[in-house]
Design a protein around this ligand. Sequence first.
Ligand code: ADP
Ligand code: MG
Length: 339
Amino acid sequence: MFLTGFFIGVILLAACDASNGSAIVINGQTMGTTYHISLSNNPANHDVAVIKQGIEKRLTVVNQSFSTYIDSSEVSTFNQYTGNEGQIKSAAFIQVLAEAQGISLLTEGAYDITVGPLVNLWGFGPDFSEDDIPPVDNISQALKKVGYKNIIVDRKTRNVKKLIPDVYIDFSSIAKGYGVDEIAAYLESQGFNDYMVEIGGEMRLRGNNPEGTQWRIAVEKPDPAKRSIQRIIKLSNTAIATSGDYRNFFIKNGIRFSHTIDPTTGSPVRHNLASVTVLAPSSMTADAWATAFMVLGPKKGYDLAMKNNLSVLFIVKEKEGYIELMTPQFQQFFKDEAA
Ligand code: ADP
Ligand code: MG
């Protein structure tokens, strides 16, 4: 069920970038997936092994806040607690929670990190489960626990309160992005200004690639059968995230069930949006919006992207194949290309 390595994505076209000798590549595993970092240069002559240790340390801290796979994490202790007292959480926890709540407001609850009970029920959570459609009663039971308005956050005092005991947070749609931002901040603190950081397909770029030009990023075709390229974009100083229904899903009675849950129905989304790619200053924001658009679908999603001036590419499945829908902010990356 947990498709490690089969993340959706944006891919660094790094084969040539990394082979000219000046690139430093650091790879590893975190959050049930892989991470890849490419540094174009090493201005302060750091020992790369020490930098990797620094990165892993940051990731350990991130997981200790956001992983539902760790029983003692901040999110797990929040989820386990069934009382009505407030809990004081770390600044990081509050920052990510507040970002998620903000996007819930803007999407009128389509994006909602309290979908955890439904994610688990449909078999996309931390516990292994058979690929199956849950009974209707179980879905309505789980739905009662869902609703971002059941969490009250006080940013000043870092106090978080549950309004109902069973509210359960799932940060999966935003934690990888936050992890990318944390690594980026660490790298900058060590003097690196030209980098690509990626965790499970969530990516952030700064400066130039080792050849001294913008990073070249491939957006995948939303094809479950194979990996191929839809678009190549030259980017720097931005984060980019892609969500889609073509990697993490199960098939039952000929129907594909996606890991994106519609909090209004309690079931996986059913529309013809195959993938969505979002550019934003932070990876956390790009990551969360990408999932939000997967819930909203192409029509509502496009309207909301326009309303919020977001840079978004929607790839929509039609009878004849895939069609692209870009906001003007996204389109500008292709203004020099022939139509
Ligand atoms: P993707 O690459 O498709 O965005 P992510 O792991 O970033 O994958 O986000 C998908 C995850 O978000 C799901 O596995 C689930 O845990 C969670 N999720 C599903 N539906 C929602 C929703 N409506 N709002 C917030 N998070 C959701
Ligand atoms: Mg995401």
